[in-house]
Design a protein around this ligand. Structure first.
Ligand SMILES: Cc1cc2nc3c(=O)[nH]c(=O)nc-3n(C[C@H](O)[C@H](O)[C@H](O)COP(=O)(O)O)c2cc1C
Length: 222
C-alpha cells in the first residue's frame, strides 16, 4: 500500500485491538520516524510499546477501547496544538503504511498513567492508540467540499484535491470545523472554527491538504 491516496482512504479510527504484538522491527521504524519528527519540529513525541494501563486492557468497558497496549504520547510546549496535529497525522499515516491501525485520543485514556513520562515544561496534548485492529474501521460521515472550502468554477484542480484529502482526515468527534480558501494573492488560507481540539484538527487537515494538493502547487497564507 504505497499510494498516499490509498493510505489516506484506508485510515480509520480503530478502538478495538487484537493481542498481536507490534514486531520489534516495526517498533524500531516508528521510533526512527518519531525521532525525525521531534528533531524537525521541537515536539516531544514518545513511543510506548506493550503498556496496557493507559487503555486498561483488563477493563474493556473503559471508554470504547479494548486491547490497546501501545501508544504514542503526543507532547510538546504550550500552544503547540496545531503543530501536534500536523506531525501527529504524519505519524498516523506512517503507521498506516506499515499496516498498523491508530486512533487519536484526547479524552478516553488514563491520563495519570501517561503524565509521568512527561519532561519538565512538556504539555500532554493527546495520545495515539496504536496496534493491529480487530477490524480496519469504517469511513466517517463527511461534509461536502463546498461546506469546508470556497470552491467556484475557476478553482484549480490541486485545491479541490487538497480539500478532498482534508475531508478524509480524522477530526475530534468528526466535527470537520475547518475552512480553506484561496486568498487574493493566490495563497491558501486555512482556518479553524471554535470546537474541542479544533486547533489540533487544523494541523491534521493541513497535513492532508498538502498531500492531496501537492506541496509544490501552493503556499500557505500564514
Ligand atoms: C484531536 C482528536 C481527538 C480525538 N479524541 C478522541 C477520544 O478521546 N476518544 C475517541 O474514541 N476518539 C477520539 N478521536 C477520534 C475521532 O472520533 C475520529 O477521528 C472521528 O470520529 C473521525 O473518524 P475516523 O478517524 O475513523 O475517520 C479524536 C480525534 C482527533 C483528531
Amino acid at each position: 500500500m504505497e499510494d498516499i491516496w490509498e493510505i489516506m482512504r484506508a485510515r480509520h479510527s480503530v478502538r478495538k485491538y487484537d493481542n498481536r504484538a507490534v514486531e520489534p522491527e516495526k517498533a524500531a521504524l516508528l521510533a526512527e520516524e518519531i525521532g525525525r519528527i521531534n528533531a524537525e519540529s521541537g515536539l516531544s513525541f514518545k513511543l510506548v510499546i506493550d503498556e496496557p494501563e493507559a487503555f486498561k486492557a483488563d477493563k474493556p468497558s473503559y471508554g470504547s477501547f479494548s486491547g490497546c497496549r501501545n501508544y504514542v504520547v503526543l507532547a510538546g510546549r504550550k500552544d503547540d496544538d496545531e503543530k501536534v496535529g500536523y506531525y501527529g497525522e504524519r505519524l498516523v499515516l506512517f503507521a498506516q503504511k506499515e499496516g498498523l491501525n491508530t486512533c487519536w485520543v484526547a479524552l478516553t485514556f488514563e491520563k495519570s498513567k501517561v503524565q509521568p513520562s512527561l519532561g519538565p515544561g512538556e504539555v500532554l496534548f493527546d495520545v495515539l492508540a496504536l496496534g493491529y485492529g480487530l477490524t480496519p474501521g469504517t469511513p466517517h460521515r463527511s461534509k461536502s467540499p463546498d461546506k469546508v472550502a470556497e470552491i467556484g468554477e475557476s478553482t484549480p484542480e490541486w485545491f479541490k484535491k487538497g480539500v478532498e484529502a482534508a475531508l478524509l482526515a480524522p477530526t475530534a468527534i468528526n466535527q470537520q470545523k475547518f475552512f480553506f480558501k484561496i486568498t487574493d494573492d493566490g495563497r491558501v488560507a486555512a482556518k479553524a472554527f471554535l470546537g474541542p481540539c479544533s486547533k489540533t484538527d487544523l494541523g491534521i487537515v493541513k497535513y492532508h491538504f498538502e498531500l492531496g494538493a501537492g506541496r509544490e502547487n501552493f503556499e500557505w497564507a500564514e
